[in-house]
Write a protein that binds this ligand. Structure first.
Ligand code: 0XW
Ligand code: MG
Length: 368
C-alpha cells in the first residue's frame, strides 16, 4: 500500500445561491484544493481542503497548496497502512497547517479503505447508523427573510437550523431570532452563530434579550478569554467552534466546563483521526458536537459523514455540508446530499465516492 504519486488540483466553487453571509461579511465563491494519492496497487484515494475565504480562520487556499508543496513529496514511498505514521512524517516536515495535512490524511484513509474493501467509518471504530442528521445554516439577512427561509428548510426536513448573526446592530439579530422561532415548530433546534463577531458584552446582551427562547449560542466571541468572560452571564448553552483549534483546547474547555458542545471542523482538526479523537473526548465528557467543515464539495462532505456515522446519536448535533450552495457534484451517482434532513452514508469502500479527475482539469502539481 505504498504511495507512488500525489496529484494536487485547484477547483473553483462559486456559491450557487450566493452570497453566504456571516458576521465577517458575504462570501461569493470559494477556492478548493483536491489531492489524489496513487498507490502501487493502482488505488487512488481523494482528499480536499477548502478554507472559507482568507479571513474566516488562519487558513487560505493558496496556503494549502504551498503547504502541499512540502508535504506531498515527504509522503512518496510511505504506506497508507498507518495513517499515524503518515501524520508523524507530515509533522516532521511542516509545523501546523492542519487544514492542508487533513487533505492528505483523508486521501490516505480513502485509499486504505478502498484497498481493504472497508468504508472509512469502519476504520474509525465502525458505523452506529447508516444516515446522520443534517443541519442548515441561514445567512445573515432581514428578519423576515431569515424566518421565511427557516420555515422552508423545516419543510425540507431540517430539524436543526443555525442562524448567522453579528456584523450588524444587535437589535436586528434579536428580532431575527424571535421571527425565526415564531416561524418554525417546537421540534426545530435553533443555534445563533456569530462566528466570533460579538464582544463578550454583546453576547451577554443578546442572550439575556432572548432568555425565554430555547437556543444554543455558538462561538459568539473571538477568544477563549472572552467566551469565559461572557459565560457566567449567558442564559443559553455555549458551543465552541473556531476556538476549538486542537484536541488540547477541547480537553481544557471540557475540563473547565466552559462549553456544552462543539462545532467541529474536520480540516481544522487535521483530519479523520483527530476528529475521531474529538468524538471520543466529547463522549467521555458528555458533550454534544457537530461534524462539519468550513466548505468543500463531495470529498469533504463524505469525510464528515463517515466520521459522523461513528458518533453516538445522543452526542451528534448534526452534519453541515456545503452541497446546497454548490452546483452539481464531483460524483453524480454517489455524491453527498441531504434528503429530508438526513444524509445517507455511502455504501462503497473508502469515502464511497468515484471521482473522475478530468473534471478538475490538469493538476497544478504532481509528485512521483
Ligand atoms: C456552518 N458552518 C459549519 C459552515 C460554515 O463554514 C461556517 C460553519 C460554522 O458553523 O461556523
Ligand atoms: Mg460555527
Amino acid at each position: 500500500m505504498k504511495i507512488t504519486s500525489i496529484r494536487v488540483f485547484q477547483h473553483d466553487l462559486p456559491v450557487a445561491d450566493g452570497p453566504y453571509v456571516m458576521s465577517s461579511g458575504p462570501v461569493w465563491a470559494l477556492d478548493t484544493t483536491l489531492v489524489a494519492i496513487g498507490l502501487e496497487n493502482g488505488v487512488v484515494g481523494w482528499g480536499e481542503t477548502c478554507p472559507l475565504g482568507p479571513t474566516y480562520a488562519p487558513a487560505h487556499a493558496k496556503g494549502a497548496r504551498a503547504a502541499l508543496e512540502l508535504l506531498a513529496p515527504a509522503l512518496i514511498g510511505a504506506s497508507v497502512r498507518s495513517p499515524r505514521a503518515l501524520q508523524r512524517r507530515m509533522d516532521a516536515t511542516l509545523a501546523g497547517h492542519a487544514y492542508a495535512k487533513a487533505a492528505l490524511e483523508v486521501a490516505a484513509y480513502d485509499a486504505l479503505g478502498q484497498s481493504l474493501g472497508l468504508r472509512v467509518v469502519d476504520l474509525l471504530g465502525g458505523a452506529v447508523c447508516e444516515a446522520v442528521p443534517a443541519y442548515f445554516a441561514i445567512s445573515v439577512g432581514a428578519p423576515d427573510d431569515m424566518a421565511r427561509e427557516a420555515a422552508e428548510r423545516e419543510q425540507e426536513g431540517y430539524q436543526r437550523l443555525q442562524l448567522k448573526v453579528g456584523g450588524r446592530p444587535l437589535e436586528v439579530d434579536i428580532e431575527a431570532a424571535h421571527r425565526v422561532q415564531e416561524a418554525v415548530g417546537p421540534g426545530v433546534r435553533l443555534v445563533l452563530d456569530a462566528n466570533r463577531g460579538l464582544t463578550a458584552a454583546d453576547a451577554v446582551t443578546l442572550s439575556q434579550a432572548l432568555r425565554d427562547r430555547a437556543l444554543i449560542l455558538e462561538q459568539p466571541c473571538n477568544t477563549l478569554r472572552e467566551l469565559a468572560q461572557a459565560r457566567p452571564r449567558l442564559c443559553h448553552p455555549l458551543y465552541m467552534d473556531e476556538s476549538a483549534v486542537d484536541l488540547a483546547t477541547m480537553v481544557s474547555a471540557a475540563g473547565q466546563g466552559l462549553v456544552e458542545g462543539f462545532g467541529l471542523k474536520l480540516t481544522r482538526m487535521g483530519g479523520l483521526e483527530p476528529m475521531a479523537a474529538a468524538r471520543d473526548i466529547c463522549r467521555a465528557a458528555g458533550l454534544r458536537h457537530t461534524c462539519d467543515d468550513s466548505w468543500g464539495g463531495d470529498i469533504v462532505a463524505a469525510a464528515c459523514v463517515q466520521v459522523a456515522a461513528s458518533v453516538a446519536p445522543e452526542q451528534l448535533d448534526g452534519v453541515w455540508i456545503a452541497q446546497p450552495h454548490i452546483e452539481g457534484h464531483y460524483d453524480a451517482e454517489n455524491g453527498i446530499r441531504a434528503e429530508e434532513g438526513r444524509i445517507k452514508l455511502p455504501s462503497g469502500p473508502g469515502l464511497g465516492l468515484s471521482i473522475d479527475p478530468e473534471q478538475f482539469g490538469p493538476p497544478v502539481a504532481a509528485y512521483d
